[in-house]
Design a protein around this ligand. Structure first.
Ligand SMILES: C[S@@+](CC[C@H](N)C(=O)[O-])C[C@H]1O[C@@H](n2cnc3c(N)ncnc32)[C@H](O)[C@@H]1O
Length: 390
C-alpha cells in the first residue's frame, strides 16, 4: 500500500469513528457515543483493573476487543502496522562518542542512527541538544556535521564533546523557528524528537531548501498548534483540534506501578474537584490550570480547599468531603474504562499526522518511506519518516 493510500484510508477510518475518539471522558461523564453503543458501554464498565490497563496500553488489542462491538473498527489494524527499519550501523566505539549519555537516550540514538542511510554532503542535526546523534553519524559516515540548537549551554557542551574526538562538528546556536539559512541544499537533515512545529518547520524549510534527504522521528505533535492543526499537505478531510493532536502522544509505556498509582490518584482528585464544581456552578466544563504537585501529596480537604479558592468557588462543608472524594474515585474508574475507545485511535492519529508530512514532501519531489526505528518500549515515539530527493 502506498503512503498516500494509507493516509486516505486512515482519514476515512478516523472520520467514520470520530465520535469515539474525539470526546474526552475526563470532561464528559458520559460521552454521546455511550447512548449509541450501550452494549459496548456496559462491557467497558465491567472490565477489571488489569484488563483496563492492558486495553488502554495495547492499541491493536484494544481495536480487536472493540471490533466485538463496533463494526469495521479493526480495518485500522493493517493501517497502523508499520514495518521496522532494517538496522545497519557502521561500528563506532561507544567510548569515543557516548560520554554522558543516559542509557535509554543512547539506545534511542543508536537505533535511529542504525535505521538511516547516508546521503548528501553533510549532516544537519535539527534541534540536536548536545549533538549526540550528529556526533555518532559524523563518526560513522565520516562527514561534517552541523547541530542546530537554541540552548547555548547545550551547544557549548556539545562543542566540547566534539573537540574531545576531533570531529568536524559545528554548533549553530539558533532558533529553528526563525532561522532561514539552515538547512541547506544538499544536506542530510536528521531530527530525533524535535517537538511539533520544530519538526514541521524542518520539513517545510528542508523541502524548499532542497535537502538531499530527511530522516525525522517526530514527537509532541501538539506543540505550536493553536486551536486547530493546519495540514501541510493538500489531501485529507479530517480536521484535528489541538487536543486531538495531544491524543496522539498520550501513552505511558514506561510508567512503573508507583507512577501508575500516582496518576490514578491525581485523576481521581481532579475529578472530585470537577464534580464539586458541577454541584456549585452551572457553567459549562472549562479546563483548569495545572495542579501543583504538592497539593496532590497533601490531604484531600486541603487539596479541595486550595482548588476551590483558586478557581473562585466556595469550599465544601467538612461533611461533604468524603462523598466528593468517593465520587472522584468512582469517576476515575469509569474514565479509565470509557477512555479505551479513545486511546485505541491514538496510533492511527499519529500516523495520520506523520503521513501529512510525508505527503507534503512527496508533493515537492521527495520519495518518502515510513518505518519504526526502535521497539515501542524504548520510546513510543518510534516512527521514522525518511524522504529522499528524487
Ligand atoms: C526533545 S529534545 C531532543 C534533543 C535531541 N534531538 C535528542 O534526541 O537528544 C528537543 C531539543 O530541541 C531544542 N529546542 C527547543 N526549541 C528550539 C528552537 N526553537 N530552536 C532550536 N532548538 C530548539 C531543545 O533545547 C532540545 O535540545
Amino acid at each position: 500500500m502506498t503512503l498516500s493510500e494509507r493516509r486516505r484510508q486512515l482519514d476515512a477510518g478516523l472520520l467514520a469513528h470520530r465520535n469515539l475518539w474525539h470526546p474526552q471522558p475526563f470532561r464528559e461523564a458520559r460521552p454521546a457515543w455511550c447512548d449509541a453503543w450501550p452494549a459496548l458501554t456496559a462491557a467497558l464498565l465491567v472490565l477489571d483493573d488489569a484488563e483496563t490497563e492492558y486495553l488502554n496500553d495495547d492499541v491493536p488489542a484494544a481495536l480487536r476487543w472493540l471490533a466485538g462491538y463496533v463494526p469495521d473498527i479493526d480495518a485500522l489494524l493493517p493501517l497502523i502496522d508499520i514495518p521496522a527499519a532494517p538496522q545497519a550501523m557502521p561500528p563506532v566505539a561507544g567510548e569515543r562518542w557516548a560520554w554522558e549519555i543516559p542509557g535509554r537516550k543512547r539506545e534511542q540514538i543508536e537505533a535511529f542512527a542504525g535505521a538511516v542511510q547516508p546521503a548528501g554532503g553533510g549532516v544537519i542535526d535539527w534541534c540536536g541538544g548536545k549533538g549526540h546523534l550528529g556526533r555518532l553519524l559524523g563518526l560513522a559516515w565520516k562527514k561534517p556535521v552541523h547541530t542546530l540548537e537554541i540552548d547555548a549551554a547545550l551547544c557549548a557542551d556539545g562543542e566540547q564533546l566534539a573537540q574531545r574526538i576531533g570531529l568536524d562538528h559545528s554548533f549553530l546556536e539558533r532558533d529553528a523557528l526563525a532561522v532561514s539559512d539552515w538547512p541547506q541544499s544538499g544536506q542530510h537533515a536528521v531530527a530525533l524528537h524535535a517537538c511539533g512545529d520544530l519538526h514541521r518547520r524542518l520539513v517545510e524549510h528542508g523541502a524548499s531548501a532542497g535537502v538531499a534527504r530527511l530522516d525525522v522521528a517526530p514527537c509532541c505533535y501538539y506543540r505550536g498548534v493553536e486551536a486547530h492543526y493546519q495540514t501541510l499537505s493538500a489531501g485529507g478531510q479530517l480536521q484535528l483540534t489541538r487536543d486531538d493532536t495531544r491524543l496522539a502522544v498520550t501513552e505511558t509505556v514506561t510508567a512503573s506501578p508507583r507512577l501508575t498509582r500516582q496518576r490514578d490518584h491525581a485523576i481521581a482528585w481532579k475529578l472530585a474537584f470537577t464534580s464539586w464544581r458541577e454541584q456549585v456552578s452551572d457553567a459549562p466544563y472549562k479546563t483548569f490550570k495545572p495542579v501543583p504537585a504538592s497539593w496532590l501529596r497533601g490531604n484531600f480537604a486541603d487539596f479541595l480547599t486550595n482548588m476551590a479558592a483558586r478557581e473562585g468557588l466556595p469550599s465544601p462543608l467538612l461533611r461533604y468531603l468524603k462523598p466528593i472524594e468517593t465520587t472522584g474515585w468512582q469517576r476515575q474508574r469509569e474514565v479509565a474504562r470509557l477512555a479505551i475507545p479513545r486511546h485505541a485511535f491514538r496510533r492511527a492519529l499519529e500516523l495520520w499526522l506523520v503521513l501529512d508530512l510525508a505527503e507534503y514532501l512527496d508533493e515537492r519531489g521527495y520519495k518518502s518511506a515510513l518505518t519504526t526505528f526502535c521497539r515501542r518500549e524504548l520510546t513510543p515515539r518510534n516512527l521514522l519518516l525518511s524522504a529522499k530527493r528524487t
